[in-house]
Design a protein around this ligand. Sequence first.
Ligand code: CTP
Length: 217
Amino acid sequence: MRILLTAGPTYEPLDPVRFLGNRSTGKMGYALAEAFAAVGATVTLVSGPVALPAPANLLVRLTRVETAQQMFEVAAAVAPAVDIWVFAAAVADYRPADVATEKIKKAGDTLTLTLVKNVDIAATLGQTKRAEQFSVGFALETTDELAHAQAKLHRKNFDLIVLNSLRDAGAGFGHDTNKVAVLDRAGQVLNFELQAKTTLAHALVALILTRFSTAHA
Ligand code: CTP
């Protein structure tokens, strides 16, 4: 079993010393990489900048990237040859239109940035997914969570989508615990109670592998 896993944030440079980023720590993605490796799967982990050590399991091959474009290029090169794609990264939707070659100097009372859209890694690869491949996405929503996650599942051609709840204390970015719901294409919703991300990762891997086998029985 071969797995492609994206994790962590992306950093989109503004000048040689500044970037636009987000608060993703990569903990859920790295826990998933360890959990897949624990059941004997080979994992290509494509990670944005995080403070976590590389997973110790030799079945995990880590490639570190900074930008969404770099993450896309590594993921696209690996995607055709793997069985399951898991998109756990918090990819920046936009990047600065221009990257200054020198540090931007302070001038004036306001500064306006123009941003341009980044490639949607999951959606772009989703268009190339073959019948025997399986894709899992993540979603972070603040309103109409289930409806938005269901729409995202179809838009990005996911087989499952893991919905993070931002309303629950102890869940999501920066925490060691998470509470999620997993939606499938038939509209079924499976709820996972608040638990350590490492424990949740094992439960999610078990579910993903079961669904993958059922889809290809
Ligand atoms: N994703 C991706 N590439 C992007 C943006 C998102 O691969 N440029 C993936 C994420 O890794 C996640 C899923 O798509 O698995 C949903 O990400 P999310 O940010 O919730 O979706 P968006 O399409 O950016 O929608 P929103 O308008 O809610 O930000």
